[in-house]
Design a protein. Structure first.
Length: 267
């Protein structure tokens, strides 16, 4: 669509980087509001966020590089691996890298891991909903070609024509995978808000598990219409991640329920 937002001489400001930055800021502010209401100091939380961002960006880029169809190109030109502002960040890798960083930094700063995860669930959901518009404008994470009977008008199908976009299927009607991914983020966010309003006494960590239960299936389904050449046993890397994350959320929920009951009994 519009991969380059501003061009002055040889300088190009890509739309992808701007939208990702906006998504990160909105996500952080959303999570910050949640944790502040639950007694976590702002400075301490922001310290955790810094490490989470570092871990998330590294994880997102590494995951993308190794599952993308351009792996051979990245290996031939290693410096391009670090050009994340041009596009090519994996949400799944961001979750893995960010989670690892949060676990380590929360322990270091002696802050409640479960409260941080709950706040992070809200922040990630809305950040994903905004951030996927970056993929829409950049042309990455695009869908497979639509069948002949499918409506070939926006928003039912997308056609990328700009050669500077990261879409390899130019001038071809494609499924709107990016927009559906963005929608899944917004639906998850509003579902979590609804759950919060209806359940004032959620124990810490429960919101994070709801995030896994709600978001993972939607991510799994959208992958069926995404153009992902690399598949393992018929499923994309993101679909395997969705399955793994759903199972992780379920096991975390079981463990968390047990711990919460013990804490209540002790009180």
């Amino acid at each position: 669509m519009y991969p380059v937002l501003i061009k002055i001489g040889n300088f190009e400001l890509r739309t992808y980087g701007v939208i990702v930055a906006i998504a990160a800021i909105v996500g952080i502010l959303t999570a910050l509001r949640y944790v502040k209401d639950r007694g976590i100091d702002e400075d301490t939380f922001l310290n955790v966020v810094i490490w989470a961002l570092i871990g998330g960006i590294l994880g997102a880029r590494v995951f993308w590089v190794f599952v993308s169809p351009y792996l051979s190109t990245y290996l031939k030109h290693p410096l391009t691996i670090f050009a994340f502002w041009e596009g090519g960040l994996s949400f799944e890798g961001m979750i893995l890298g960010g989670l690892l960083a949060i676990v380590i930094s929360a322990k270091f700063y002696k802050v409640s891991l479960k409260k941080v995860l709950d706040g992070g669930a809200l922040g990630v959901a809305i950040g994903y909903g905004i951030g996927k518009f970056a993929c829409f404008f950049n042309g990455c994470c695009y869908g497979i070609p639509v069948p002949s009977w499918w409506p070939k008008v926006f928003p039912f199908s997308l056609v990328f024509t700009n050669p500077k976009s990261q879409c390899d299927l130019l001038n071809t009607p494609l499924y709107p995978a990016q927009l559906l991914n963005a929608l899944s983020g917004w639906l998850t966010f509003f579902a979590l808000i609804y759950i919060l309003r209806k359940n004032k006494n959620l124990y810490d960590g429960k919101l994070f598990t709801y995030f896994g239960y709600i978001f993972s299936p939607m991510l799994f389904l959208v992958e069926f219409i995404r153009y992902i050449p690399n598949r393992f046993f018929g499923l994309t890397p993101n679909q395997w991640f969705s399955i793994g994350f759903f199972i992780f959320a379920f096991l975390f929920d079981l463990y968390n329920k047990r711990i919460s009951k013990i804490e209540v009994q002790e009180q």
